[in-house]
Design a protein around this ligand. Structure first.
Ligand SMILES: Nc1nc2c(ncn2[C@@H]2O[C@H](COP(=O)(O)OP(=O)(O)OP(=O)(O)O)[C@@H](O)[C@H]2O)c(=O)[nH]1
Length: 343
């Protein structure tokens, strides 16, 4: 029996963990045993706090699976398969990951294990993509498009944040980039049809990866071909991969800063401060204890929206805040957070 692997892709804060929670729920209700592999840029796995305790979970932290962590991903996948014998595995990659390379890391595992990359599900934050399309078409926008192109399934999420005409515009934009993937529009990643997860057909991921995910320039096309050949040839795989994907500029511009709280901040001050974070910081999350509220919270900040959820963390978890963005001043951020601690 082949174990299907689902790769969750999508830019930072688009809703991957929101979808992951529902995939787990659906699988379990159908009597299937899911396992989860999470990859985070920061040093702590905060999303793991949102996954039910009874789900087997492995994590690759502090980097991106598609580059330095590729070996770790294969290793963790193997362990999950061996130890828990799951019916399916869901891999949530960091929102800064280039899907082609994560795909490569997963397919490596398929070479020697009964596991197969079943689908690449890309979650799209519609508002964010449209805004980026209108502004400068920068590296982040190109990464968003790459994530869209690689998908076999597209979840256009956060529909609640878009007007109907913007939804049409988004659908057109996404279709231009990927004409093959199944596409659905959602709020909070709520899907009606789960058959793709519960009764999967033949894996569609490999087909789409090689035929539907061309990058829009000649060099990419050449790289793409050598990569494809590497899979066929097997033996030269690593070498060809290094040749084809030596260029990691797509997300080198994305950086993370992890702050371990020394003192609890004040809830209102912290919330107000989050709201005026500079634009380059587009994602933050963490666990925080406030000095004025008797509870711990998991906070989320994504593309100008923040929310707070009361939690009782599993295991020993520090109060921590992770900030992700482009070329921001980590020293400035550290000082700002210290000011909040002392205010
Ligand atoms: N308004 C709105 N917010 C949403 C929707 N779906 C998810 N969110 C919120 O968006 C934030 C980010 O969601 P996540 O599911 O953590 O996103 P993610 O892609 O896993 O984020 P990273 O792991 O940082 O890449 C959370 O605060 C969610 O509650 C939606 O449809 N509408």
């Amino acid at each position: 029996m082949m174990v299907p692997i689902y790769l969750l892709s999508g830019f930072l804060g688009s809703g991957k963990t929101t979808l992951l929670q529902q995939m787990i729920e659906q699988a379990q209700s159908a009597g299937l045993v899911p396992a989860v592999l999470m990859n985070e840029l920061g040093e702590v796995n905060l999303d793991g706090q949102l996954v039910k305790k009874d789900v087997a979970m492995a994590e690759v932290l502090g980097g991106c699976i598609c580059c330095s962590m590729r070996g770790d991903l294969s290793l963790e996948l193997n362990q999950l398969l061996q130890q828990y014998k799951p019916d399916l595995i869901i891999v949530e990659s960091t929102g800064a990951a280039h899907p082609m390379e994560s795909i490569d890391a997963i397919t490596e595992t398929s070479m020697y294990k009964h596991a197969v990359l079943q689908e690449i599900v890309t979650v799209v934050d519609g508002e964010h993509v449209l805004a980026r399309a209108k502004a400068k078409k920068d590296k982040t926008y190109r990464l968003m498009l790459d994530q869209i192109r690689c998908a076999t399934r597209l979840v256009l999420n956060k529909a609640d944040r878009l007007h109907p005409e913007q939804l049409v515009e988004l659908e057109q934009l996404v279709r231009e980039e990927n004409e093959h993937a199944q596409m659905v529009t959602t709020t909070q990643c709520q899907l009606d049809d789960w058959s793709w997860l519960l009764q999967p057909e033949l894996p569609s991921a490999t087909v789409s990866t090689y035929e539907g995910a061309d990058r829009p320039n000649d060099q990419a096309e050449a790289d793409h071909t050598s990569h494809k050949e590497a899979h066929v040839q097997g033996a030269n795989h690593k070498e060809a991969h290094d040749h084809a994907y030596h260029d990691h500029e797509h997300h080198e511009h994305v950086m993370a800063y992890t702050h371990y709280w020394k003192q609890p901040p004040h809830s209102e001050q912290f919330e107000a401060w989050l709201k005026q974070l500079p634009e380059q910081i587009y994602r933050a999350k963490g666990i925080v204890t406030f000095r004025d509220v008797p509870s711990r919270f998991l906070f989320q900040y994504a593309y100008r929206e923040s929310d707070f959820m009361r939690i009782e963390p599993q295991g020993e978890v520090h109060d921590v805040a992770v900030f992700i963005g482009e070329h921001f001043d980590a020293n400035w951020l550290k000082q700002e957070l210290e000011k909040l601690e002392q205010a």
